[in-house]
Design a protein around this ligand. Structure first.
Ligand code: SAM
Length: 381
């Protein structure tokens, strides 16, 4: 193989050169995921500091080994790292990259991801799931394997399913009905988190979402896993449905799986469309994200500017209501041109409502103001 060398953070990686980013590559490497990996470094370091002891990590879908190798090389307080991949060629390069960075206490494994988790129950403080496409088939084994107070990191690249471009793949993979709205990326993240919560609950484990983001072609979740059947029952109260009105853009959230869901819009009488089951609990943890931002001062990360922008946006979003309004959609429905975003924010706040931006969309507004109030404000501006 002709080798390609890249550097991320403090780590150097080599793998067979390939003309495009593709799952057909002999060993997979995607440069567009550097931001995702940089954020992972901060999340894992923050988690390690909170635990205040050595953490053992499982990089379940190693590819070139870049995650496992970077975690060992760039995070303080890491004990053993296990890198797994079903491809033997990937394993060769994982070992090569471990050696290239002079690292010890990393083992390389050649198993199907679910088998590997099943055989190593309770061994990891961090499980990183970074597969091709959907993580769905591996979450049961992650639920079985994950120990109490551990960190579960999940990437999904099947965003068209989660966002509801087609309904069937989402129902099939996540047992949830998506809805393609202007806030479908948020719905998608909530469907993914909801599916994780429901899957883990079979093993009497529950989740707390520490950070979630939807970036380019993927979604990423950082979940704190906790144990206990009572706790899990309590946590599942965060599962529910979003009902949306296509006509007037009204929406409402209803927590609880067995809850009754309204079928007509209280504002205009149109039929409401439901998405779910999905996670209606917090999707950003203020304290954890603040610590990550602080941690970024200690690390050398190539995507520093971009990740700070993203983390700050996620921080602002914490404690704000589910879903957001899209300024252009509302203005289109009112047949007016869109006023300046800053003016809209000021005016909503002047009317006594909370109002924040969202990382999901540059023209999104997260507010507790009802849709009719927002429409009145927009018409007056
Ligand atoms: N984590 C890597 C990174 O950050 O560059 C990328 C991993 S890549 C998206 C997915 C990897 O999973 C591939 O290397 C592939 O060989 C491996 N794989 C696919 N199916 C698997 C399975 N069932 N069990 C374990 N590994 C699998």
């Amino acid at each position: 193989y002709k080798l390609k060398t890249i550097e991320e953070g403090l780590t150097k990686i080599e793998f067979p050169e390939y003309e495009k980013v593709s799952s057909d590559a002999p060993v997979f490497y995607n440069p567009h995921m550097e931001l995702n990996r940089d954020i992972s470094i901060l999340a894992l370091q923050t988690f390690q500091k909170e635990q205040n002891r050595e953490i053992d990590i499982c990089d379940l879908f190693g590819g070139s080994g870049i995650r496992g190798v970077r975690y060992k090389n760039e995070i303080d307080g890491v004990g053993h790292v296990s890198i797994n991949d079903i491809s033997e060629l990937a394993n060769e390069f994982e070992q090569h990259n471990v050696n290239l960075n002079n690292l010890e206490d990393i083992s390389i494994h050649n198993h199907d991801a679910s088998m590997f988790l099943r055989q190593n129950r309770g061994k990891f403080d961090v499980i990183d799931i970074d597969p091709f496409g959907t993580p769905s088939p591996f979450l049961d084994s992650a639920g079985y394997c994950a120990r109490r107070e551990s960190l579960l990191c999940v990437t999904a690249t099947d965003t068209s399913a989660l966002c509801g471009t087609y309904k069937e793949p989402c129902i099939r993979k996540y047992n949830s009905k998506p809805y393609k709205s202007e806030y479908c990326h948020e719905t998608g993240i909530r469907i993914l988190a909801g599916f994780c919560a429901l899957t883990l609950s079979k093993y009497a484990k529950c989740i707390e979402v520490l950070l979630s983001h939807s970036t380019e072609h993927y979604m990423r979740l950082y979940l704190k896993v906790k144990k206990g059947s009572k706790r899990s029952d309590e946590s599942l109260k965060n599962i529910g449905y979003i009902s949306h009105c296509k006509e007037c853009l009204y929406r409402e959230c209803n927590k609880g799986l067995a809850t009754s869901i309204p079928d007509t819009c209280p504002e205009c009488g149109e039929k409401l469309i439901q998405a779910g089951p999905l996670w209606l609990g917090e999707i950003q943890n203020k304290d954890f994200i603040s610590k990550m931002i602080k941690e970024s001062e200690n690390k050398k990360l190539n995507s520093q500017n971009q990740l700070l922008k993203l983390l700050n946006a996620c921080l602002i979003e914490s404690e704000s209501p589910a879903t957001f309004y899209d300024v252009h959609s509302i203005c289109r429905s009112l047949k007016i041109s869109a006023p300046k975003l800053d003016l809209i924010f000021d005016e909503i706040r002047n009317n006594g409502f909370e109002c924040e931006k969202t990382h999901f969309s540059p023209i999104g507004i997260k507010t507790n103001a009802p849709i009719n109030k927002i429409k009145n404000i927009l018409k007056k501006l």
